[in-house]
Design a protein around this ligand. Sequence first.
Ligand code: UN1
Length: 503
Amino acid sequence: MTSATTTAWEGRHYIQGQWQAGRGERFSTVDPAHFDRVLGTYPRGGVAEVDAAVRAARQAFPSWRRTSRIRRGECFDALARLIHQHTDQLAEVLARECGKVLDEARAEIVEGLHMVQYVFGTARQPTGLVVDSEIEEKDLYVRRKPRGVVGVITPWNFPFAVPLWMLGPSLLEGNTTVFKPSEETPEIGQRLVALFEQAGFPPGVINLVHGVGEEAGAALATHPDVDVVTFTGSYEVGAKIRLAAAQCDHKTCACEMGSKSAVIVCQDADLELAARAALLSAFKTTGQRCVSAGRVLVHRDRFDAFAERFVELARRIRFGDPFAPDSFAGPLINEAAVTKVLQYNQLARDEGATVLLDGGRLDDAEHAHGYYVGPFVYRQEYRPGLRTIREEVFGPHVALIPFDDDEMGIRIYNDTPYGLSMAVVTEDYRRWRLYRDECDYGMGYVNLPCIGAEVHLPFGGVKRSGNGQPSAAALVDAVTHKTAFTVNHAREIKMAQGMSSDV
Ligand code: UN1
């Protein structure tokens, strides 16, 4: 692998083990920290390319499925070694393409590596069950079988780790795959696929099609020969994928969608810990994690002290060049994101918020050529129906909301259409248990930020955040089906449930 370059890179599809320049229109990507710099151009795949990739995956499926699970796992050992070897270059490509600060970009490469290591380690773990039968001469087994061809549609905010959460378990279990990376971050996706090739995954087992969501993404989600669609992205797109799956007899999907995650600061909280947990949750990745906290719920008795410390810390953080060591976070991904965040900042004012900090669009010499918006922090009294405290913003926009008691804290937390991540800050073991049991979420934390999950846990949510098929380690349930298998060791037939076998 060559190191990250500043000359535009030429993207290619990877279908049936062949790198293809593609025909027709191309799209380009720019550096979000310097939007006058074009990073790469890519073929704009559509129905034809997706169809070729799905056919390649289907053709590769029987022999990959028959390959020993341990042998499949060993390919991931080779992949882990390659990722180790190239961590620094991969982190640079990722930081440049999606604007994450270098230290976070590196953490994401490491998170992807952890998934690869987990998959390799899991290959030798037991996968099924041996179950007793009513009939002593029978053995019952529960065995997992791969579902077939898995479509992998991934976002720009975790363009290395999230594809690996999906590709890892899918391929280990014997499925074959077609990967459509986000059109904002195709280079890191392509570099990942090149490492799969180098690690020795056979042709057709992993295929890559570049393109935009409405074309290549839609073609993959609706293709009749795709068995499972795994998706991370917006609720609106996820809802379409769920509909497409429901209309196709054999298709299922695992969707991880939006959120309005929160940190809850209780009456007895350690305020310094709470302020730091909230700061990381709201502003790391410039608020562009699906688990980012758009809300901090604070007990009214502690509100003023918390808000003062939180704003003081928020003033101190620097949103700047992803490669500058003192940048806490980088730019937003594109101009549409800047417009959306500024609109929500205005909407908060219109809904009666008291603004405590407004970084605004940053346009001094350092920031003028990037998509930079500073932190926006406001106090909002809870009322049902307020849009800014219910809708996902995906930027450095955070509401501080006072609450009077735990019942009210839980009610406010649950009053969004989403349920992804929740952190509660308290010293009281009874209290965190109450929040654990009463709040709607997929990932819960105590005395921590609501970001930073590890790959060997399930990652997903409830309500509009997910469809009950979490990703990362838990994706195994979405990409396999459980089969029951019964073997008779007697010489005659003996039926269960006392049924006679006389003929
Ligand atoms: C995402 O926000 O889209 O839990 C994924 C975390 C990371 C993954 C975030 N491990 O913050």
